[in-house]
Design a protein around this ligand. Structure first.
Ligand SMILES: Cc1cc2nc3c(=O)[nH]c(=O)nc-3n(C[C@H](O)[C@H](O)[C@H](O)COP(=O)(O)OP(=O)(O)OC[C@H]3O[C@@H](n4cnc5c(N)ncnc54)[C@H](O)[C@@H]3O)c2cc1C
Length: 453
């Protein structure tokens, strides 16, 4: 039997579509959100329902292939060689159902955050969405999910109430706190190692407004801003979830003049307090004298615009890290590699504030139920041509290596864009449980995640 005949029989069982390198749709079907990642899978299946997912997983098991599910490809970089892997795209799983009375949302695996925030807007409800509107809800949530409300409400994964998935043996199941609770916990962190998620249900908050915005300073003042931010975050109220960043904005025609081609040290984020109290909380940062201050009451549905993440697919290279602290010596390192006057391809160095609810284990949470450490870092740059990749990658490595003395022993897997030892993502007992479950549910190792264990 030839592979072509095999694919015909697979395609005949599916409501969705098989796309092979011979098809005109191949370039778009295999494309990740991160355009710098050149995915060359064996073939792509655009699934239309959970039956398709099960059929693809069973087919892969029988054919000796592997399956990697992909919502958007924001975190495609660690996947590596996909030549023996079926890329299972979930884009067509587009259900978004809001139950306002129960404050619950059900989504299909292809849904991105902007769809959820827009569906919630008329109901005055808020989900623990990430900074970028086009990140996939499933990939983000299975990795933990750090939102602009994270220090007050914890990780998005802890709000999940039910998961529908197909395990590596091709079995569909619905898991929650009462049905297969061990798998329900494990998949919220274990992600694609344990199953292909078809749908998620999660709780949302009765919240429609926060105090949010930016404080921008010229990059020349980066040292003062980083030192001031570090001091400000000492013992800070959990209602504030913010990020300090060194940002070099490329000259782009769509951007306003005050942003295009400029470099800033800035703080952005949200404070979930009444306006007067939030303003009082921000007073020490405002006293530093920002050149732009946009903090004001803001609809939570607009928080996706705050961080100026790329509005669509972009060629990028970056990586994440967690710092236990940001002492003066660590600021020195950041100044040397990304401070004013430095010629670097790094467009951003972000330090998002941890602590608060993120520091506490959540009894309702999954395998990733908290994020130890003080600052969640990410650095990266654009890769406009493939030749730029080694240059940007080297700059990323240089910065991540240089902050090594202050790095936590644990990383946040959603922010890591390079494959690494899974012991960096889980405590030893959790990793052991995840591996045991994986061996039971996927003995042939059909499923393939970007962060495998
Ligand atoms: C611009 C940008 C902004 C970001 N902002 C934030 C932020 O504010 N907070 C935060 O926490 N993270 C953030 N992230 C990180 C983001 O959460 C991760 O990249 C996440 O993995 C993306 O999920 P995805 O589904 O969009 O990506 P994908 O690359 O499609 O998937 C990521 C991982 O999830 C798995 N996966 C996807 N779909 C399924 C499925 N149906 N079943 C099982 N596994 C699946 C994939 O196999 C892969 O292992 C950001 C990333 C970028 C690039």
């Amino acid at each position: 039997m030839t592979v072509a005949l095999d694919l015909e029989s697979l395609a005949a069982t599916l409501a969705g579509t098989v796309v092979t390198p011979a098809d005109p749709e191949w370039p778009s079907a295999r494309m990740a959100w991160n355009l710098a990642v050149d995915q060359q899978p064996a073939f792509v299946v655009q699934v239309a329902d959970a039956d398709d997912v099960a059929a693809v997983v069973r087919y892969a098991g029988a054919a000796g292939l592997r399956v990697t599910p992909q919502g958007t490809g924001h975190n495609a970089a660690p996947l590596g060689d996909l030549s023996s892997t079926i890329l299972l795209r979930t884009d067509r799983l587009q259900e978004v159902t809001v139950d306002p009375a129960a404050r619950r949302v059900r989504i299909g695996a292809g849904v991105v955050w902007s769809q959820v925030t827009e569906a919630l807007r008329p109901h005055g409800l808020t989900a623990l969405a990430g900074s970028a509107p086009d990140v996939g809800v499933v990939g983000y949530t299975l990795g933990g999910g750090y939102s602009w409300l994270a220090r007050k409400y914890g990780l998005a994964a802890s709000r999940v109430q039910a998961v529908e998935l197909v395990t590596g043996d091709g079995t569909f199941c619905r898991v929650d706190r009462d049905h297969r609770p061990e798998l329900f916990r494990a998949v919220r962190g274990g992600g694609a190692n344990l199953g292909v998620v078809c749908a998620l249900e999660f709780d949302v908050l009765p919240l429609s407004q926060v105090y949010a915005g930016w404080l921008m300073f010229p990059l020349d003042r980066a040292r003062e801003v980083l030192d001031g931010y570090r001091a400000w975050t000492d013992g800070l109220d959990e209602a504030a979830t913010t990020c300090v960043r060194l940002l070099r904005i490329p000259p782009l025609p769509d951007l306003p003049d005050f942003l295009s081609g400029r470099s800033f040290a800035m703080v952005d984020g949200a404070v979930d307090l009444p306006e007067a109290e939030a303003a009082e909380l921000l007073a020490p940062l405002r006293a530093l004298g920002p050149v732009i201050d946009t903090f004001a009451p803001m609809s939570t549905a607009d928080l996706g615009q705050l961080h100026m993440d790329p509005p669509g697919p972009a060629p990028a290279c970056g990586d994440g890290f967690v710092l236990d602290d940001l002492p003066s010596a660590a600021v020195d390192v950041l100044m040397e590699l990304a401070g004013p006057g430095v010629d670097t391809p790094l467009l951003l160095v972000d330090l998002r504030h941890l602590g608060g609810a993120l520091a506490r284990r959540d009894p309702d949470g999954g395998a990733v139920d908290h994020l130890p450490g003080r600052f969640l870092g990410f650095t990266g740059g654009m890769v406009p041509v493939p030749e730029a990749l080694p240059v940007v990658r080297a700059a990323v490595h240089r910065l991540v290596d240089a902050v090594q003395p202050w790095r936590s022993g644990r990383d946040y897997l959603n922010f890591r864009e390079a494959a690494d030892d899974p012991a960096r993502f889980f405590d030893p007992a959790t990793l052991q449980l995840l591996r045991a479950l994986r061996a039971e549910l996927d003995p042939a190792g059909v499923l393939r995640s970007n962060h495998a264990f």
